[in-house]
Unconditional design. Structure first.
Length: 157
């Protein structure tokens, strides 16, 4: 195996391990998955929002959002409220327990990545995106629909 091939595989393995380690740490400290934490962050920032808005911000389907909200609601972290003027409208907000959990939850790995990535020069960002897209193609993964969550597990678990 050539030296660069070896170095590339090691870097990929480190990325996979970092996402797995972060997911386990998040689960241990809060019981949340990365996707659940991201949804709670979106809801918390909005104060009150709709599943459609959450889906758009998280770039996942409304069906997935509904499944995740069901889980958050069962755990007492989120609540659904019917709209007063339009009873078909559903509003989602965090419960006090959900807000408390978010205060103690570690930052999502994609937040750390986003902060550091956005601090790079434009040419560096373009180079990284191009390289990652090329790697996805090399792994026959270019057609896989994926949200911008750094978690290897199913989103709606």
């Amino acid at each position: 195996m050539h030296e660069r091939t070896h170095a590339s595989l090691v870097a990929l393995r480190r990325i996979l391990k970092a996402t797995d380690q972060h997911a386990r740490a998040l689960s241990r400290s809060t019981g949340l998955t990365a996707a659940q934490r991201v949804l709670m962050q979106i809801i918390g920032e909005a104060g009150e929002t709709t599943p459609k808005e959450i889906a758009a911000r998280a770039r996942i389907s409304q069906a997935t959002v509904t499944s995740l909200i069901d889980k958050l609601e069962r755990r007492g972290f989120a609540t659904r409220i019917r709209g007063e003027s339009d009873r078909r409208q559903i509003w989602i907000s965090l419960t006090p327990e959900g807000r408390q959990t978010m205060e103690t939850a570690p930052d999502a790995l994609q937040e750390l990545f986003s902060q550091r990535f956005e601090a790079l020069e434009n040419w560096e960002q373009a180079m990284i995106v191009s390289s990652l897209e090329r790697v996805a193609t090399m792994l026959n993964a270019q057609a896989i629909d994926a949200s911008p969550l750094l978690d290897g597990a199913a989103i709606d678990r």
